[in-house]
Design a protein around this ligand. Sequence first.
Ligand SMILES: *Cc1c(COP(=O)(O)O)cnc(C)c1O
Length: 494
Amino acid sequence: MQYVSTRNNHPPVNASRAIALGMVPEGGLFVPETVPDLGFLPTGSESYGSVAERILPPLLTDFPAPEVASCIARAYNAASFDTDEIVNVVPLDEGRSVMELWHGPTAAFKDVALQIMPHLLGTAKKIIGDRSHTVILVATSGDTGKAALEGFRNCDGIAIIVFYPHGGVSEVQKLQMTTTDGTNTRVIGVKGNFDECQTEVKRLLGSSSLRERYREKGFEFSSANSINWGRLCPQIAYYFSSYGKLVGRGTIAAGDKVNFCIPTGNFGNILAGYYAMRMGLPIDKLICASNANKVLADFFAAGLYDSNRPFSRTVSPSMDILISSNLERFLYEVTGHDAGAAAGWSRSLAGTGAFRVDEPTREAMGRFIVPGWVDEQEVLATIGATFRQTGYVLDTHTAVAAALGRRVALPDGRHTIIASTASPFKFGTAVLKGMTGEVVDDEFRAIDRISTLSGMPVHRALLQLRQRQERHTRVIEKNMMQDTLVELMQDIAG
Ligand SMILES: *Cc1c(COP(=O)(O)O)cnc(C)c1O
C-alpha cells in the first residue's frame, strides 16, 4: 500500500519512506492511499501487542511482519508501562468508560505512540537503506516533548531537539523535559506559544536549503509530531483494544456501535479514531472535545475555521492549540481525496489564518463528528463532581471530554468511551483545585495531596522528579529558532 500527499505534490511512497520523511517535504501530509477494512474485532482475550499485530501490518505493507512484531514487543512491555494491559479501560458510570492511555513512562497518552515510533523509524530506515543520521525536530505543547525524549533518548543514529513554549507548559511538564539525560537530547524554551513553535518547526522541516546543507554531512531531519504517520498509526490500536475489553466484559456485545469522546488539540488522537472506524471498528460518533481554545468546535458547527482569535492559556495546556495540523488529513479523507481542496484550504490557513469549507463537506463531517467545548469552570467542576460521585480522579484534559461526553445528548444510549490522555498527577494543582477547591501553588504538594485523598499511588514518572537536576535551561526568542538549530547542528554534526 502506498502513501499519498494531501496536496498531491509528491509521488506516492511506501510506508517506510513516509515515516522516514515525517511529512511531505514540499508541504502536506502523507495518508494511506486506501484504508484497509480489517474484518477484525477483538474479543477482549487478546494482549495489547496481539491487537497491534492485527492493525499495523496492513498499514505498513513494506515492513516484514516479524519486524513489526519485534517493534511491538520492544514498545509494549512491563519495562515501559506500569500495567500489563498497556491501556486500561475502567467503568466510570452507567453508559461510560474511561480508556486510560497514560500508563507509559511519561504519564501522558503520547507514550503509546512514542514508545514504538523510534523502532518503526529505525526499521523504516533499514528498509529504504537510509544510513543517514536522523535529527528529530519536535514542537511541543507539553506532553509530546517528554514522550519523544523518552522514546528517542540514547537511540543510535538519532538526535532529538525539542522546542517548547516558555511559560506555556506546566511546571511538571517543564521539569520532565529539562531534567532529561541522554547524550542525544536537546531541549529549548521559546518565548512564544505552541502554534508559533509548531509553525516554525514545520517551516524548518520544509526548508530545502537546510535539508541540503545537512544531507551533505549525512543528516536528515524528521518529525515526532503527529504529522508523522509513524506516530499516528500506532494510536489506532487502542481504539480496537478498548472495544475488545468492553466486549470481553459484557459491557457491549460484539458488533455494537460505541461513541468515543476525545479531548482534542492537534487532531491526532481523534484522527486515529476515525481511521479505526474506517478499518471496521463499529463507531457511531467521535465526540471532538475542545477547551476554551474552541476553534475546532466552531469549525465543525459552522464550517469556518478561524484561528484569528485570542489564545487562551487553560488548565488543559496540551489542548491549547489554534492550528490543528491533522485536520488537513481529515479534510482530505472526508472530501474523498480532494487534494485541490485540501491544498487550497491549507494555503488559506497559512495566508489568512482561516478557511471555510463548503456545505457538503461540513455535512459529511457532521455525520460522525460531534463537536463541543468546555470552559475552565466546568472543567474543574467536572473533576470535583466525578471524584465525589465515583471516587475517580480525572485529569484536566480528560475532564474536558468527560464533561462533554455527559452533556451532548446522544439519543441512542450507546456506550461512550472517554479517552483519558494524562494521569491526574501530571496537572496536580488544577486537579486538586477541582477535587476539593484547595489552592496550593506547589505542584509536588498537590501531587502528594491527590494521592492521599484518592488512595492512588503517584505515577512513577513523577516520583523523584523534584530531586533531579535540570540539564536544559536555555530559553530563546521566537525568531531565533533557526539560528539555534544551526548552532546545535554544529555540535551534533560537527
Ligand atoms: C497531546 C494531548 C492532547 C491532544 O491530543 P491531539 O492528538 O493533539 O489532539 C490531549 N490531552 C493531552 C494530555 C495531551 O498530551
